[in-house]
Design a protein around this ligand. Structure first.
Ligand code: 5GP
Ligand code: MG
Length: 181
């Protein structure tokens, strides 16, 4: 894998296996998703986009800047992973949404849906606020089981991925591409 000096600098000497989605590929897909989302919410003037932190912050920032309807942004902090690579199955809410969601169109933005456990625990909490609608946009979808987000960037391979918001023990979130370790 050929990396520039700047790209090597970001990695601090650590090795990646391969780049799974290049930066320009991600940007092109984000533009398509934003187009689909803009059309779906064309008649909507009360859209709230909720990012699940920390993993969604890069994707959300790129996505909302391309959505062509008025919207507001809020965040939700849930923790399901420790420092390892496998889900504990436990979802802890560390920071709840502040904006009122009642009767509003809510779009939940997630970095990656794997087993769907995280979303299965979060969605009922959000439905409890009585939104008018509640949809999910995930950059990556690993397993085609259980929960199906309305919008998906890429069907991801079953490898541990980092970059574009995704971390391993808090490292690699700032990579502009998605790579496997
Ligand atoms: P689920 O609850 O759907 O099994 O897992 C979703 C969460 O697990 C994601 O929000 C993400 O934080 C984490 N996750 C799942 N697969 C990966 C992966 O390949 N890389 C990283 N960095 N996180 C992952
Ligand atoms: Mg996450």
């Amino acid at each position: 894998m050929k990396l520039s000096t700047a790209e090597k600098g970001q990695l601090g000497g650590r090795e990646l296996r391969r780049i799974v989605y290049a930066a320009d590929e991600i940007q092109a897909r984000v533009a398509e998703l934003a187009g689909d989302i803009s059309r779906a919410y064309a008649a909507e003037d009360r859209l709230v986009v909720i990012g699940i932190l920390k993993g969604s912050f890069v994707f959300l920032a790129d996505l909302v800047r391309r959505i062509e309807v008025p919207l507001q942004v809020d965040f939700f902090v849930a923790s399901s992973y420790g420092a390892g690579q496998s889900s504990s199955g436990d979802v802890q809410v560390l920071l709840d949404v502040k904006l009122p969601l009642e009767d509003r169109a809510v779009l939940l933005v997630e970095d990656i849906v794997d087993s769907g456990t995280t979303l299965q625990r979060l969605l009922p909490r959000l439905w409890a606020h009585a939104p008018k609608s509640l949809e999910v946009c995930a950059l990556l979808h690993k397993r085609k089981i259980g929960l199906d987000p309305r919008w998906v960037g890429f069907d991801a391979p079953n490898e541990f991925l980092v970059g574009y918001g995704l971390d391993l023990a808090e490292d690699f979130r700032h990579l502009p591409y998605v790579a496997s370790l």
